[in-house]
Ligand binder design. Structure first.
Ligand code: GUN
Length: 299
C-alpha cells in the first residue's frame, strides 16, 4: 500500500494561522506586538532567500520584523554590539543570526551572546542544556517542526523506535532529544554507524538529516514506518542539466512504496521551519511578558 504523504506545506500554513490568531489576541488584549530580529552578514544567495521569506511570513503573522543586513567584512565586535542592542531592545522578542557566518566570525561566540530568552533558533548553549535536561527551552525550529508533524500523525509517540540519521547540532541531536522527551527509544546513527541499513530497518520513525541526496533507499525502511526527510539538496535536473531540482536525503519513490507515511521534498519539513520560528517568537514573547504560553506550538 502506498504511503500517506505528510503535507508539510498545508501543516505549516495551519501553524502560521494559529500563530497569527494568538498574535492578534496579544495585540488586542495586551497591546503587545511580538518582534523578530534577523541578522544577515554577507550576501549568500540561499541565506538571502531564507531571510526574505522569514521577513514576509513574520509580517503576515502580524508580528514586527526587524532586518539587519551587514557587509560580509563586518568585524565580529560589531556583530556582537548589534546582538547586545537587540538583547536590550524590548520590542525584540526573538533574535536569529543567519548561519553560516563568514569565516572570520566565531559563530559560537555570536550565538552564545544572544539572550537565551530571545534565542528563537534554540542554538544557545543554555537552551541546548535545558532541552537536554528536559527543562523548558526554546527548541531548534526544524526538529520542532518534525516533532509537530509526528505528533499530528501518530498522536502518542511513546515506546516507538526512532532512528535519527545525522548528528548535527541544528537537527540530529535536538531531534533525538525531542523524541526522547516524547518517550521514544532513540538511536542516533551517523557516517560511522555499522550496518546502517539494519539500524534504519528497526525504526518505526526514521528521520533522515544528513545532507546526502537520496542516500536512504526503500529497502532500509521497515514496512509501515514513518519517514521524515529533513534533507534539502539541490541536484541537476534529470531532464535538463542546465536546471536544478530539490531532493531529500531519502529516495522518495522506493521509500514511499514501503513506508506507512513520508514527508516529500519539497513541501515536507522545509515549510515547517519558518512556521516554527514564528511559533518560537510568539512563545518567547509570551514568556517575556509573563503570559500563558501558546498551546500546541511548543515541545
Ligand atoms: N541557516 C539555514 N537554516 C538556518 C536556521 O534554521 N537558523 C539559522 N540561524 N541559520 C540558518
Amino acid at each position: 500500500m502506498a504511503a500517506t504523504i505528510i503535507d508539510g506545506k498545508a501543516f505549516a500554513a495551519r501553524v502560521r494561522g494559529q500563530v497569527a490568531e494568538q498574535v492578534a489576541v496579544l495585540r488586542t488584549a495586551h497591546g503587545i506586538v511580538p518582534g523578530l530580529a534577523v541578522v544577515l552578514v554577507g550576501q549568500d544567495p540561499a541565506s538571502q532567500v531564507y531571510v526574505r521569506n522569514k521577513g514576509t511570513q513574520t509580517v503576515e503573522a502580524g508580528m514586527a520584523s526587524f532586518e539587519h543586513k551587514l557587509d560580509v567584512a563586518t568585524p565580529q565586535a560589531e556583530i556582537l554590539a548589534l546582538v547586545a542592542r537587540l538583547n536590550a531592545d524590548p520590542a525584540v522578542h526573538g533574535i536569529l543570526v543567519q548561519l553560516p557566518l563568514p569565516a572570520h566570525v566565531d559563530a559560537a561566540a555570536v550565538i552564545n551572546a544572544i539572550d537565551p530568552a530571545k534565542d528563537v533558533d534554540g542554538f544557545h548553549i543554555s537552551n541546548v542544556g535545558l532541552l537536554g535536561t528536559g527543562q523548558k527551552a526554546l527548541v531548534p525550529c526544524t526538529p520542532l517542526g518534525c516533532l509537530m508533524m509526528l505528533r499530528d500523525h501518530h498522536g502518542d509517540l511513546s515506546g516507538m523506535d526512532a532512528v535519527v540519521v545525522g548528528r548535527s547540532n541544528i537537527v540530529g541531536k535536538p531531534m533525538a532529544q525531542l523524541l526522547l522527551g516524547d518517550s521514544c527509544t532513540v538511536t542516533i546513527a551517523h557516517s560511522r554507524t555499522r550496518d546502517l541499513r539494519e539500524v534504519c530497518r528497526r525504526a518505526d520513525i526514521l528521520v533522515a538529516a544528513v545532507g546526502r541526496p537520496g542516500m536512504i533507499p526503500g529497502d532500509w525502511v521497515k514496512p509501515g514506518a514513518t519517514v521524515i526527510d529533513v534533507g534539502i539538496n539541490r541536484v541537476p535536473h534529470p531532464d535538463d542539466p542546465a536546471r536544478t531540482r530539490l531532493v531529500g536525503d531519502v529516495d522518495f519513490d522506493s521509500c514511499a512504496a514501503v513506508a506507512g507515511a513520508i514527508t516529500p521534498v519539497p513541501g515536507g519539513v522545509g515549510p515547517m521551519t519558518i512556521a516554527c520560528l514564528l511559533a518560537n517568537t510568539l512563545t518567547a514573547c509570551c514568556r517575556a511578558h509573563g503570559l500563558a504560553e501558546p498551546t500546541g506550538l511548543t515541545a
